[in-house]
Write a protein that binds this ligand. Structure first.
Ligand code: ATP
Length: 291
């Protein structure tokens, strides 16, 4: 007897950047980056169910579009068109990842959708094909298909898998502000110079299994733009250090700030204290996730 799956569920994990450098602007206007990406334990849940026709998206988030502007829709459309799928799909998104936060929330939903649709409709794509389709949606999507610890170069799509970063207790705080990625990159271009983090050194520290080596090299050039414009980012970073974090940094183009703790009890106390402070809109205590 053959059984046909008609409904599946996928977790879409968020990422942080342990290091983020911008090397320059490419002739096509995109920025050439060099970043260390790390999957973390904050995730959205997507359910996929076959339907007779159409692409219907529902979500518990009041802030997101459910039409063709949602990256989930774009992912389905690319696969349906490529493989001439004539059936339809209903997708529900349970949103937990902070939105427009520098945690690749939209990109990871798109990546989970590529995987979910591939499975549900038995399209037979391997990971490489899904990454190739993913880059048409956004530069971070191929990384999200892969997950874990990786070095991302080019516009973020040239990926090298790394050993898993030694785990830690990770505090993540998103202040109640929205930062536009476009604004951040435009203002970075206007800066005369900035200090480049040692990404090669960080990659070596990861290969050596040294979490302290990683923490010592944490750096994100985009902070040079966001911190002067949004001082709450610096406030949250300093607060995490005050509460015992070994290192603290902004992820991606912000405004999310994370802190790395070596001890669970300290991280738990810091989490409770920051919830009490009320300076961040969303706070999570989590850790790294392997690919
Ligand atoms: P990155 O780290 O890749 O820069 P981000 O965390 O800054 O991503 P997202 O959460 O991906 O940003 O959201 C950016 C914009 O994308 C939002 O303003 C939102 O309207 C749009 N968007 C479309 N689809 C989604 C989705 N499924 N989840 C989140 N945002 C989405």
């Amino acid at each position: 007897m053959t059984t046909h799956t008609t409904k599946i569920e996928k977790k879409a994990y968020a990422k942080i950047n342990l290091g983020l450098d911008v090397l320059g602007v490419l002739p096509n206007g995109y920025h050439e980056v060099k970043m260390v990406m790390q999957t973390v334990g904050i995730y959205d849940v997507l359910t996929f169910e076959k339907a007779a026709e159409g692409i219907v998206i529902t979500t518990d988030s009041g802030e997101l579009p459910t039409n063709e502007d949602n990256l989930i829709y774009k992912a389905v459309k690319l696969l349906f068109d490529k493989y001439n799928v004539t059936e339809g799909v209903r997708i529900h998104l349970e949103k937990h990842i902070p939105i427009a936060a520098g945690m690749a929330g939209g990109s990871t939903d798109a990546a989970a959708t590529l995987k979910g649709i591939n499975e549900l409709f038995c399209l037979g794509c391997d990971e490489e094909e899904l990454k190739e389709i993913g880059v048409k949606i956004g530069a971070d999507v191929p990384y999200c298909v892969m997950g874990g610890t990786a070095l991302a170069e080019g516009i973020g799509e040239k990926l090298t898998a790394l050993m898993p970063t030694p785990n830690c207790h990770l505090l993540v705080a998103k202040p109640d502000i929205n930062v536009s990625t476009k604004y951040v990159y435009e203002h970075l271009d206007a800066l005369e110079s900035y200090e480049h983090p040692d990404i090669d050194g960080m990659v070596q520290a990861i290969e050596d299994g040294s979490l302290t080596g990683v923490v010592q090299r944490m750096g994100n050039v985009l902070q040079d733009v966001t911190i002067p414009a949004y001082p709450i980012i610096e406030t949250l970073k300093e607060r995490m250090i005050e509460l015992g974090a070994a290192g603290s940094m902004m992820s991606g183009s912000g405004p999310t700030v994370f802190g790395i703790f070596y001890e669970e009890a300290r991280a738990q106390e810091a989490y409770e204290q920051m919830v009490q402070d009320g300076q961040a809109k969303q706070i999570f205590l989590t850790g790294f996730v392997k690919g």
